[in-house]
Design a protein around this ligand. Structure first.
Ligand SMILES: Nc1ncnc2c1ncn2[C@@H]1O[C@H](COP(=O)(O)OP(=O)(O)OP(=O)(O)O)[C@@H](O)[C@H]1O
Ligand SMILES: [Mg+2]
Length: 386
């Protein structure tokens, strides 16, 4: 999590969603001091544009020796050379133009990365990222909603690195849901398909929030056709080396890209809504996954809009699915409202029941499955078999 020091409400409301989930916003120096004492492991203070620069300089200078892992990022409405030089001399990690949202997010991500290195949370080595694929067998069940919100939750305000990959290649919605400019993405790899590596893929990621980077889908179906299974395999192998989690959003059918993703997935998150066609299709999809030998022991069935009054009880649902359900996400009109605003609901309304359900899913069942897979990975790498 991050502490934002910004007394101006409008600026605070603008900046908070940019900084990821669970930001503590304070408006007074004494509150900042108290929070820093209460939260000794907090890695980042962002000093907002209407706070006097001296506050940032003081915090940075004071904490520099006491708490070197704490990063201070200074935002200014206008950056001049003198403030910049003074800030950097006092130990402020970055001074950034507050209007430049991409620069603000990149500066925060870089600072969190430095903090991570300083606290000894080692960067993941190759093949360590856990891959979480969100899939459903019927369109409109809430895959993209869940994938975007899960990515933010798993990043935990920048404590983990998450790469969100939009594999709904023809109609990807992740860019729109997060209001990201479609300047670059997976389609740019087509020309370099034989030499895809982490460096190349990293250059095509779009930063969203601290800890969250996104590999966007192509802007249209024509480009999507040029992305085949081999390319997806290479991309996933590359992103896996540079994140703690890779979260994959998918279309509602077994495309080549989806099969490639499911093949390397550690946690299969299967989404259904409580209506008979969605449940029946998910059951068929699970049979297909069983046939392919995929995900039987690392599958989570999540029921979205689970409280919709549609005449099916929990027992009916589990009977149709022949499977237990793990996550239950309530239905709320605040979900489409947050999507229309371009901000995941876990950021927009952190205490909303939908946000709580998704956060619980991320920190509970998904983290547990991922850790269990981690054990298997470790054993496989030390020769114990996967
Ligand atoms: N829990 C919820 N409560 C209310 N509305 C929801 C909920 N989850 C998703 N929705 C709405 O359902 C619609 C479909 O969601 P979303 O785009 O995430 O589904 P999808 O499975 O990715 O669809 P597609 O298969 O078309 O990619 C959106 O308008 C979203 O706002
Ligand atoms: Mg979608």
């Amino acid at each position: 999590m991050t502490i934002l020091f910004e007394p101006n409400r409008q600026w605070a409301a603008h900046l908070t969603p940019l900084l990821g989930a669970g930001v503590h916003t304070v408006a007074r120096s004494e509150d900042l001091r108290r929070l820093l004492t209460d939260l000794p492991a907090e890695p980042l203070v962002v000093v907002g544009p209407t706070t006097p620069a001296t506050v940032a300089l003081e915090v940075a200078a004071l904490q520099r020796l006491r708490r070197p892992a704490l990063g201070v990022v200074l935002l200014r409405e206008r950056l001049d050379m003198e403030t910049m030089a003074q800030a950097l001399r006092s130990g402020v990690r970055e001074a950034v133009d507050a209007h430049d949202t991409a620069a603000v997010q990149s500066a925060c991500s870089r600072s969190l990365e430095v903090s991570r290195q300083l606290t000894g949370a080692a960067a993941p080595t190759a093949a360590e990222a856990r891959i979480v694929t969100v899939f459903s067998a019927k369109g409109g069940c809430g895959k993209s909603t869940l994938a975007t919100n899960l990515a933010v939750c798993l990043a935990d305000g920048g404590r983990h690195r998450v790469c969100l990959v939009d594999l709904d290649l023809a109609f990807g919605d992740v860019g729109i849901m997060l209001q990201l400019a479609p300047d670059r993405g997976i389609a740019d790899l087509v020309a370099s398909r034989d030499r895809i590596d982490a460096g190349l893929v990293r250059a095509l990621l779009t930063p969203y929030a601290p800890g969250v980077d996104v590999l966007l889908a192509p802007v249209g179906p024509t480009e999507a056709e040029r992305i085949d299974r081999d390319l997806v395999v290479a991309v996933l192998a590359a992103v896996r080396t540079m994140a703690d989690y890779v979260v994959i959003d998918t279309p509602a059918h077994f495309s080549e890209a989806v099969l490639a993703a499911l093949d390397v997935t550690d946690v299969h998150v299967l989404v259904a809504t409580p209506d008979v066609p969605a449940l029946k299709n998910l059951r068929i999809a699970m049979d297909m996954l069983d046939l392919l030998g995929l995900g039987k022991d690392n599958r989570l069935v999540v029921l979205n809009r689970s409280d919709a009054k549609v005449g099916l009880s929990g027992a009916d649902i589990e009977r149709v699915l022949q499977s237990r359900t793990t996550g239950h996400i309530p239905s709320s009109r605040d979900v489409p409202i947050s999507i229309n605003r371009g901000t995941p609901i876990v950021v927009d309304k952190p205490s909303h029941p939908v946000s709580k359900a998704i956060r619980d899913l991320a920190s509970g069942a998904i983290a547990q499955q991922a850790t269990a897979r981690g054990g298997r990975w470790q054993r496989a790498r030390s020769g114990g078999g996967r």
